[in-house]
Ligand binder design. Structure first.
Ligand code: HEC
Ligand code: HEC
Length: 341
C-alpha cells in the first residue's frame, strides 16, 4: 500500500516537474524565436543591440532616424501592449493634404514598417519580448492567456451565431406558415412577408461577421496572415490620364504612408535594405509589382520586405508609380577637355 502511494506521489511530482520543464522550454524557444526574428526584420535599421547608427541602414534613412531601443529611460515608458501595437498596426497616410486623420496617440512614422500582415501574433509577441531585453526589462504580458481569450472569444461568437441563426429560422418559418395559412384562406398564392424576419436576418449576418473575425484573429495568432493567400491577377488597364493621376497618388503613398523610401533608394536618396528602384519600371512588369506589394512572402518566404497591408486601390496606385521609374542608365562620367577661353 505504502509503496503504491509513494508511486502516485512520485508520478504527480514527475508530471508537475515535466509541465514546468515544458513551460520553461517554451519560454526559451520564444526568446530564441524573438531574437531570430528581430535580427532578420529589425536589426538592419535598429542595430543588433538596439543602439542608434549600428544597423547598416540607419544612416541612409530619411528623418526621423530609428529610435534607440536600448534606452531604458525612454523605452521603459512604453507598455508591452504599446510596443506590440507599434509593430503591428495599420499604416497611416501622413500627407498634410488629403491624408488620414492622425490622433495624438497614433504612432505614424511611415518609415517604421508594420509587421501586422507579415508575422503571426505570437511571433510579434516574441519580438516584443526580445525588444524588452535590449533595455534590460522583461515582458510581463501573458501571451498564453491572450491565446486562451482568443479561443474563448471564438467560442462565444460561435454560440451567438448559432442563437441568432435559430431565431432567424424560427421567424422565417413563422412568416412562411403565415403566408401558407393566408394562401389557403384566400385560395390564391400569397408572398411570404420578408420584412417580418428582416431584423433576425440582419442580426444573424452581424453575428456571422463577428464569428468570422474571431476565427481570423485566432488563426493569425499562430499562423502568418499571408500564408497560403494567393493574390488574384489585378486589372491594371487604365486610361493614360488616369494612370498619371494614380502614379501621383502612388508617389505620395510611397513616401508618406508606406515609407518605401526607408528601405529603397531613388536618385541617391533613401534606405539600402532593398534594391535601388531607379529603373524598376524597365525591369519589372506591373502585374508582378502589384502582387509583390500585396504579399511579398507569397513569392519569397524569407524576404525582409514586409507586407505593408496595401489595399487594392493603394497597391494599384503604388504599382503605377513604380512602373514610371525609368531613369536613364547611369552614363560613365567622361571628363571633357577644359576649353581655354
Ligand atoms: C526600415 C527601417 C526600420 C525597420 C526595418 C524597423 N524599424 Fe522600428 N523604427 C524605425 C523608425 C524610423 C522609427 C521611428 C523613430 C521615431 O519615432 O523617432 C522606429 C521606431 C520604433 C519603435 C519606437 C516606437 C515609438 O512609439 O516611438 C520601436 C519599438 C520599434 N521601432 C521597433 C521595431 C521592431 C521590433 C522592428 C522589427 C520587427 C522594427 N522596429 C523594424 C525604423 C525601422
Ligand atoms: C523593410 C524594408 C522594405 C520596405 C519597407 C519596402 N521594401 Fe521593397 N524590398 C525590400 C527588399 C529587401 C527587397 C528585395 C527582395 C528580396 O530579395 O528579399 C525588396 C524588393 C522590392 C521590389 C522588387 C525590386 C527588384 O528589383 O526586384 C520592389 C518593386 C519593391 N521592393 C517595392 C517596394 C515598395 C513600393 C515599397 C513600399 C510600398 C517597399 N518596397 C517597401 C525591402 C523593403
Amino acid at each position: 500500500m505504502k509503496a503504491a502511494r509513494l508511486g502516485v506521489i512520485g508520478l504527480v511530482v514527475g508530471v508537475v516537474g515535466a509541465a514546468t520543464l515544458i513551460t520553461a522550454g517554451c519560454a526559451n524557444e520564444q526568446e530564441k524565436r524573438g531574437h531570430e526574428l528581430y535580427t532578420h526584420y529589425c536589426s538592419d535599421c535598429h542595430g543588433e543591440s538596439g543602439k542608434q547608427n549600428q544597423g547598416f541602414n540607419w544612416s541612409a534613412m530619411p528623418d526621423p532616424k530609428p529610435k534607440d531601443l536600448s534606452n531604458k529611460a525612454e523605452m521603459g515608458t512604453f507598455k508591452d501592449e504599446d510596443l506590440f501595437s507599434t509593430i503591428s498596426r495599420d499604416m497611416l497616410d501622413t500627407s498634410e493634404e488629403g491624408g488620414d486623420p492622425i490622433g495624438d496617440d497614433d504612432f505614424a512614422v511611415p518609415t517604421m514598417p508594420t509587421f501586422k500582415y507579415t508575422l503571426s501574433e505570437d511571433e510579434i509577441w516574441a519580438i516584443v519580448g526580445h525588444v524588452r531585453t535590449l533595455h534590460g526589462m522583461k515582458m510581463e504580458f501573458n501571451v498564453a492567456a491572450r491565446k486562451i481569450s482568443l479561443e474563448e472569444g471564438l467560442k462565444a461568437a460561435q454560440a451567438k451565431f448559432e442563437q441568432t441563426k435559430q431565431a432567424y429560422e424560427a421567424a422565417e418559418k413563422k412568416a412562411s406558415d403565415e403566408a401558407e395559412r393566408k394562401s389557403e384562406q384566400l385560395k390564391k398564392d400569397v408572398d411570404i412577408d420578408e420584412s417580418a424576419y428582416a431584423a433576425e436576418q440582419a442580426a444573424m449576418g452581424q453575428a456571422k461577421k463577428e464569428m468570422d473575425a474571431a476565427q481570423v484573429a485566432l488563426n493569425n495568432f499562430s499562423t502568418r496572415p499571408g500564408k497560403g493567400v494567393s493574390i488574384p491577377r489585378p486589372d491594371l488597364t487604365v486610361k493614360p490620364a488616369e494612370a498619371a493621376k494614380l502614379a501621383d497618388r502612388g508617389k505620395r503613398l510611397y513616401e508618406n504612408k508606406y515609407g518605401c523610401n526607408g528601405c529603397h533608394n531613388l536618385a541617391g536618396e533613401g534606405g539600402k535594405i532593398g534594391p535601388t528602384l531607379d529603373r524598376a519600371g524597365f525591369r519589372l512588369n506591373a502585374t508582378w509589382i502589384y502582387r509583390w506589394l500585396k504579399n511579398p512572402q507569397a513569392m519569397d518566404v524569407h524576404t525582409r520586405m514586409p507586407a505593408l497591408g496595401l489595399s487594392d486601390a493603394d497597391a494599384k496606385a503604388v504599382t503605377m508609380y513604380v512602373a514610371t521609374l525609368r531613369a536613364p542608365k547611369a552614363e560613365p562620367v567622361v571628363q571633357k577637355p577644359t576649353e581655354k577661353p
